[in-house]
Write a protein that binds this ligand. Structure first.
Ligand SMILES: Nc1ncnc2c1ncn2[C@@H]1O[C@H](COP(=O)(O)OP(=O)(O)OP(=O)(O)O)[C@@H](O)[C@H]1O
Ligand SMILES: [Mg+2]
Length: 760
């Protein structure tokens, strides 16, 4: 047992690695035990510290600089003959676990601290100090420097000997601190913004008042004007009374008051709501079908569903049936980018004779965005819905809730909860915006939502939706869309007339297959725009004279080398690569699964940002191939002392889902048999350990992607066979479908002959 002089420090916690200067006398001692003390009570843990410097401070006697070395637990204490208090202690230096155990925690800890320092406006010195600390225990102890942690929190850290526990505790403290700093910053920013705006308004009003006085007008006339507007606005009684109450308050207060500016802003907003205005609703399915047809090529199914939806609304309205929670479900258009969702929404407005307002929900994380801030909040505004009504100018517009799959939720409240209320026919006739604080009737609004993927729509919202799927277009549909819509629009945009430029369908087809790879037509429209811009320039500078015919050479000249390659043939030329089909946020796509083997302990290595489900598929695939080795003609010792590496390339996009199962089996089997996979085949299907092939989702999108990528055969799980009806006929005609129930069949179809067998 060791014994050292005890140095109490009141309400301060000294950690190992921390230097402190104290005005105490330590005699000739080289080392002391520094122990935190609160209200005369000593902590049970202290820090053994080295005396690194002794000095004399003018008027205050002796001082020493101590450097904390390591933790120690206190045992018995006794005063020695000079009356100096010394204690027995047991050293408890940090036992750092292997770095792998704490790596994640350390990483996170550093990230959180960096962010805190960022918010605190650190000039980089503290950051580089924290960066220089090595060792998980020492890193956790850096929290000891934090000015925001309390004495008891620091003591708790000192008393935690286990390094992992300490790092976790420290991380938790720092996280709380970060959250608090973030809230504080936000409030400060909001207050500053609001205050500046109000000050400006105040000065402007003072000036206006002066001008009015010059002109002989008085406050009375401002109030009079409001009174007139309120009387004419056709507000519901409750709203009108509220408006009049505020107006009375305004009159009592006088114009040159900061508060009166706020009241005026409020009255302006109340008057901005088009309380009594609505456009004549046109619920005529025949007319609607006509409008939808004129604006959009193809999409027959979508247009039919929309027409039906309008027909049902019309019938219910005619028969005086109330909106019911299920029947009033909100129309939701789901599909990849550029497939015409937003633009169909506009057409719905046109077809029903309503105004159209688009409200993008992407990135909205705050309930107040939807519902507004209360008026007590500085710089408050109404929410997006009220603003949408103002923009529409009517109470019955079509409001498009764009990107509902991208709303978030955090501590500021859940915007989807507010949306739920808005979309519920049982509640939305009395929607209360926090700022206006009166009931607004949203029941006449026709809401249409859009999203790229269904999975990320909050479940409670999804439950209320009537989903219409946009699966993407076939090549021929895209040609037709280009011919009838994109081309004329871009011709006009570039200052040309339709009779001045001519283009053949084959050329349009070449543009879309060689320069675009998408489910929709947005990129295509951009490329056509580029092409026409070049053409317009040539006509304008006299190097070409209208009419100009655009051929393949002109396309290459304007757009450069083709951007899209049909890579399946190249990729699958070696054994071990199979072509799979997937659905991502941007529609269907082909994806390659690569397998390789290398010396190792017989395990499986997986790379390419695979999700858990996909990793499981790979394991199942390997087990299946191993257990059927002899049937597949694979040497049973082929994997002795080797391991299999499965990779799914295509960059940083995370991939998941079970539908690559059979593709993985095929890649591994191809690798081990040495038989390459046929380059014309794409496949999709989940696989079981017994080798059954299970159905998957999104077949139509996958087949369209296979077709666009130049594949001609697709392997389809038995239970998905009925879904092939959804695939457009012109694609079906060009593809061969293999319907399979077992992995055996998959391999029989997909694996080519053994290269040696061909040579023989
Ligand atoms: N079937 C179609 N007929 C005519 N034009 C179309 C068709 N589909 C898409 N377009 C045109 O393609 C462009 C892109 O469509 P839009 O903006 O509606 O896509 P979106 O589905 O809303 O995409 P995002 O998910 O990225 O918002 C628009 O100019 C639209 O008019
Ligand atoms: Mg859109």
């Amino acid at each position: 047992m060791n014994r050292l002089r005890i140095i109490p420090v009141d309400d301060v916690v000294v950690f190992p690695g921390m230097p402190v200067t104290l005005t105490v006398d330590v005699g000739d001692d080289e080392r002391v035990l520094v122990v935190p003390r609160h209200d005369h009570v000593y902590a049970g843990v202290g820090v053994v510290a080295e005396v690194s410097e002794r000095m004399r401070v003018a008027g205050r006697g002796l001082a020493v600089t101590l450097m904390g070395a390591h933790r120690a637990t206190l045992r018995g204490a006794a005063a020695d003959q000079d009356g100096v208090l010394r204690v027995d202690y047991e050293s408890r230096p940090d036992q750092n676990p292997p770095p792998a155990v704490t790596r994640e925690l350390e990483h996170e800890y550093r990230a959180v601290v960096d962010e805190i320092l960022e918010l605190r406006g650190d000039d980089g010195r503290l950051k580089s100090f924290v960066r220089s600390i090595a060792g998980a225990g020492a890193l956790a102890d850096t929290a000891g420097y934090s000015p925001d942690l309390s004495y008891s929190q620091k003591l708790q850290l000192l008393e935690t000997f286990d390094v992992v526990e300490r790092l976790k505790l420290s991380l938790q403290f720092q996280r709380d601190r970060l959250a608090e700093l973030q809230v504080r910053k936000r409030i400060r920013d909001d207050v500053e913004d609001g205050a500046q705006k109000q000050q400006r308004e105040y000065f402007l009003r003072r000036q206006m008042e002066a001008i009015r006085k010059e002109l002989g007008e008085t406050e009375g006339s401002v109030a009079e004007e409001y009174r007139k507007k309120i009387a004419e606005a056709g507000m519901p009684d409750a709203v009108r009374e509220q408006a009049e109450r505020e107006l009375d308050r305004f009159e009592r207060m006088g114009d040159a008051n900061a508060e009166s500016a706020m009241i005026r802003t409020y009255l302006d907003w109340l008057l901005a709501v088009p309380w009594a205005k609505r456009s004549e609703d046109r619920l005529d399915p025949v007319h609607a079908a006509g409008v939808l047809d004129a604006d959009h090529e193809g999409l027959e199914d979508v247009k039919r569903r929309i027409t039906e939806y309008l027909a049902v609304r019309k019938l219910r309205a005619e028969r005086g049936m109330a909106e019911n929670r299920r029947s009033g479900a909100i129309l939701t258009l789901i599909g990849p980018p550029g497939t015409g969702k937003t633009s169909i929404g506009e057409s719905i407005a046109k077809a029903t004779g309503r105004q159209f307002v688009r409200m993008s929900l992407g990135g909205v994380r705050d309930e107040a965005e939807i519902r507004g801030h209360r008026r007590t909040y500085i710089g408050a505004l109404p929410g997006r819905l009220v603003r949408a009504l103002r923009d529409a100018g009517t109470m019955n517009p079509v409001i498009m809730l764009d990107e509902v799959d991208k709303i978030g939720a955090d501590w500021r409240g859940d915007p989807s909860a507010a949306l739920l209320e808005v979309l519920d026919p049982a509640q939305n006739h009395s929607f209360r915006d926090h700022y206006l604080d009166v009931e607004v009737d949203l029941s006449q609004v026709l809401f249409v939502a859009t999203a790229n993927v269904a999975e990320s729509i909050p479940a409670a919202l999804f439950d209320r939706m009537e989903v219409i799927r946009f699966d993407g277009y076939t090549t021929e549909e895209k040609v037709a869309i280009a011919r009838r819509h994109l081309w004329p629009r871009q011709v006009e945009k570039n200052g040309l007339r339709l009779d001045e430029v001519a283009v053949a369908d084959e050329v349009l087809r070449a543009v879309l297959t060689d320069y675009t790879r998408e489910a929709g037509v947005r990129q295509l429209e951009r490329e056509l725009g580029k092409l026409l811009r070049k053409t317009a320039t040539r006509i304008a500078d006299g190097s070409a004279t209208a009419p100009v015919g655009i051929d393949q050479a002109a396309v290459r000249d304007a757009l450069g080398r083709p951007k899209v390659f049909h890579e399946a043939a190249v990729r699958t030329s070696v054994p071990g690569v199979a072509t799979g089909l997937a659905v991502t946020g941007v529609g269907g796509d082909v994806l390659f699964v690569e397998a390789a083997d290398m010396p190792g302990k017989g395990g499986l290595v997986l790379t390419g940002q695979l999700g858990d489900v996909m990793k499981e598929s790979a394991r199942i695939a390997l087990t299946y191939v191993k257990s059927h080795a002899s049937a597949l003609g694979i040497d049973e010792h082929a994997l002795d002392g080797r391991e299999v590496h499965v990779h799914v390339p295509a960059g940083a996009t995370p991939k998941d889902g079970p539908s690559a199962g059979i593709t993985m089996v095929t890649a591994i089997a191809s690798l081990l048999t040495g038989r390459p996979v046929k380059s014309t085949i794409g496949m999709t299907g989940e696989v079981t350990l017994q080798g059954r092939v299970l159905p998957i989702g999104g077949l139509k999108q996958k087949v369209l992607a296979a077709h666009a990528a130049g594949l001609t055969e697709v392997i389809v799980p038995e239970r998905n066979a009925p879904d092939l009806d959804d695939v457009p006929v012109d694609v079906r005609e060009h593809m061969r479908f293999h319907i399979v129930g077992s992995v055996e069949e998959v391999l029989m179809i997909a694996l080519g002959p053994h290269p040696l067998a061909v040579a023989a």
